[in-house]
Design a protein around this ligand. Structure first.
Ligand code: BGC
Length: 431
């Protein structure tokens, strides 16, 4: 009795101490200023990752409001950004990637973080192409958080073992593995229906069929002869096969729900970027162990990169500007780069950050990233807005979704339509 009474008392005291500490932290957090951070990180692992930043900001005396809007890929968050800008409710930072960074900056609504970037020598800490992407008109306007690889296949090992299949390294092996799984009553591929997820799958398929040079020609250069080509038609053909083996009830399910299916083994595989790895760990599995990571078959030498970054918007007060500077400095710090990326599933974007303690898939990702960099295998992700502005990506997604949803369209027709729609979108964006 005595003992449990004492324990109870010490437990109550510990709770009170913790509550007082939280209150003190909150008071300190409110002290120096606040920043509103608009983003689309609402899954379990994504929210946890943002928690890392909130805590580090609080330690510096700043309150970070995590304004997360659900919707993989950020379509909804983009709409909210536009409405907040037009109603004078400007966020201090918003999740914006790729060429959209320059688009927003050219509208004159962003602000620069040159002082922080220069003082902390970001130009020496980031790969040149990534550093360039964070700037506009010679000024740093955005801060990068991570480096995600898009072309991964996540595989429940137990499911594969159950049907005596192999870890697929080539397209043919993948098809044979999917066949065996389906015959055994296991859903081969989680996902199916959500346009953003199909677009993400298509990224991996195009790299798998055509390799980095073809991918670049099609999605970076928007070369008509690559878009409307037998290679692109083959990528569409493969997408149809993937559909055939995808969850028939997958329509409308979120990507993280689908990752959960792979962790449980109710579906065997998912084609998804390594933010899925964050969810795998969040669901209690070890990436690389119960759920294996394999570069999407055929795309081994290609690293489709997706760099999450936050762009700074013009805020009104000095304390808000100070909060922006702290936000940017903290995000690029070695401590944040390790803690955040461990939870998020990505690898640190800050070069030279140690991966000690990261899981084996993160280590494989870094290895493949370096290897691809040497062999011209790095390509910016079309599906994750790294390669093109929204209007062009939208045109590509539209054709991919139409093809996915209509079995009447042939793969060659889809490739021809892709080239046509991209051309029209290009003309619209130049108007
Ligand atoms: C982002 C990832 C995010 C994923 C799903 C991607 O576009 O780059 O950071 O986890 O969407 O929300």
């Amino acid at each position: 009795m005595m003992r449990s009474g004492k324990l109870l008392k010490s437990g109550v005291l510990a709770c009170m101490a913790a509550a007082m500490l939280t209150m003190a932290t909150n008071a300190a957090a409110a002290d120096k200023g606040e920043i509103s951070v608009l983003n689309w990180w609402t899954s379990g692992s994504e929210a946890k990752s943002m928690g890392v930043l909130q805590q580090m900001m609080a330690k510096e005396g700043y309150k970070m409001n995590n304004d997360a809007v659900s919707g993989g890929g950020g379509t909804n968050a983009r709409t909210v950004l536009k409405s907040r800008l037009s109603s004078d409710n400007v966020p201090g930072a918003a999740q914006i990637k790729g060429p959209e960074i320059q688009q927003w900056c050219e509208q004159g609504v962003t602000t620069n973080i040159d002082a922080v970037a220069k003082a902390d020598h970001w130009d020496k800490l980031l790969a040149p192409a990534i550093a360039k992407g964070m700037q506009c008109g010679g000024h740093w306007v955005a801060v990068p958080f991570d480096n995600h690889r898009v072309n991964w296949l996540w595989i429940n090992r137990a499911d594969i073992k159950k049907v005596d299949a192999q870890m697929p390294q080539s397209w043919d092996e993948l098809v044979s593995t999917m066949k065996k799984l389906k015959a055994a009553g296991i859903t081969p591929i989680a996902g199916g229906g959500d346009t953003w997820q199909i677009g993400t799958e298509f990224d991996a398929l195009v790299a798998g069929v055509g390799g980095a040079d073809f991918y670049r020609k099609a999605f970076v250069d928007l070369d008509k002869s690559a878009l409307d080509s037998p290679t692109m038609a083959k990528a569409f053909e493969h997408l149809r096969v993937i559909k055939e083996y995808s969850d028939p009830n997958g329509s409308g399910l979120a990507w993280n729900h689908d990752t959960g299916m792979v962790v449980k083994g109710t579906a065997a595989m998912q084609i998804m970027g390594d933010w899925a790895k964050g969810e795998i760990a969040n669901d209690g599995a070890t990436p690389g162990k119960e759920v294996a990571c394999v570069a999407f078959p055929g795309s081994q030498g290609t690293f489709i990169y997706n760099i999450d970054s936050f762009e700074m918007f013009k805020v009104k007060t000095a304390s808000e500007r100070a909060a922006q500077a702290t936000f940017a400095r903290t995000a690029m710090s070695p401590e944040f780069q390790r803690k955040f990326n461990m939870v998020k599933g990505s690898i640190p974007v800050r070069e030279g950050t140690s991966l000690t303690g990261f899981d084996e898939c993160a280590k494989a990702s870094e290895h493949d990233y370096k290897d691809a960099a040497k062999k011209n295998g790095l390509v910016p992700s079309m599906s994750q807005d790294m390669a093109e502005v929204g209007a062009i990506k939208g045109a590509i997604f539209d054709v991919v979704a139409r093809f996915y949803n209509s079995d009447k369209m042939t793969s060659q027709e889809a490739a021809t339509e892709l080239a046509k729609q991209v051309e029209q979108a290009k003309q619209m964006t130049q108007m």
